[in-house]
Write a protein that binds this ligand. Sequence first.
Ligand SMILES: [Zn+2]
Length: 304
Amino acid sequence: MRTLKVAIGLGAALLGAGALVFGNSVANAAGPRPAFQMPFPCGQGWTGNNPNSSAHRTPWEIDWNRGGSPGADLGDAVVAAAAGTVVTSAHQGSANGFGNLVVIDHGGGWKSYYAHLRVRTVAKGNRVAHGQKIGEVGNTSRPGNNISPHLHFEVRTTDRSYPSNIQPAYFNGVRFGYPQQTLISHNCGAAPGNPYTPVGVCGAGYQQIDAQPLTAPGVVAGTVDLLYNSSNGNNCVVTIKHVSVGTKNSTSAYLQVRGRQRVTDSGSYAHYAGPIRATARNTCVSWGGSVGSVRYDSPFEHCG
Ligand SMILES: [Zn+2]
């Protein structure tokens, strides 16, 4: 009996240690949260709301709208919040209220849900990149359920049962400002017509950790992208042009590690500026860049 008691005590201690280690993430099976971005194209502003829908089962689902009238966003593009594989692309009929539903499996026990779509533009089994169009905002639901157009979005893990498997959403590394927040999408996927990508320019081993759209009225001129290579502790900054692609104009990118001099690449470039790489493990960085007269300057951040 004594041995058994000791064993139980040890088990409890190990569970306690596990809870401590994983206290900031979801308990149990799910891996690290994917680098989710908003489910809309780079530079667009949308308002997300949780409590206005009586259909929501948790404080974490988000209904997204933009524009001055209930139907203003009908048909607007919906894009993948992170890369993954489409595991559902089907109208749900009367099985639930989702109507036209796309579900993307991001691996590691994480999925994202996109509901009420007017049309779905991906099929089950498709691989999708982050920022890739998967459908359009709509008002489809179960028969007889009349709703106004919006995108219902949620993030789920596989290690809990419904509805507690619905988790708070994070965009660009920041928890959504529940219950309601208006945000600009940093879901800056490939630039139309530009063959260069942030990872392609910075190199193998780099992962995108932040992206800032360079937004002029009515147009995204480009993106400034911050990447990190966890194997060597290097950050990398690149500015990718979205306009005047292939035509040389003023383009810049810079990276400053706190306590050191800023390094800038500025010139007349056809496709991108940078890459600027610097080691910055456990050190804050300031980063930014420009295309034409549109520029972005970050504060010192990403200090981990
Ligand atoms: Zn909803």
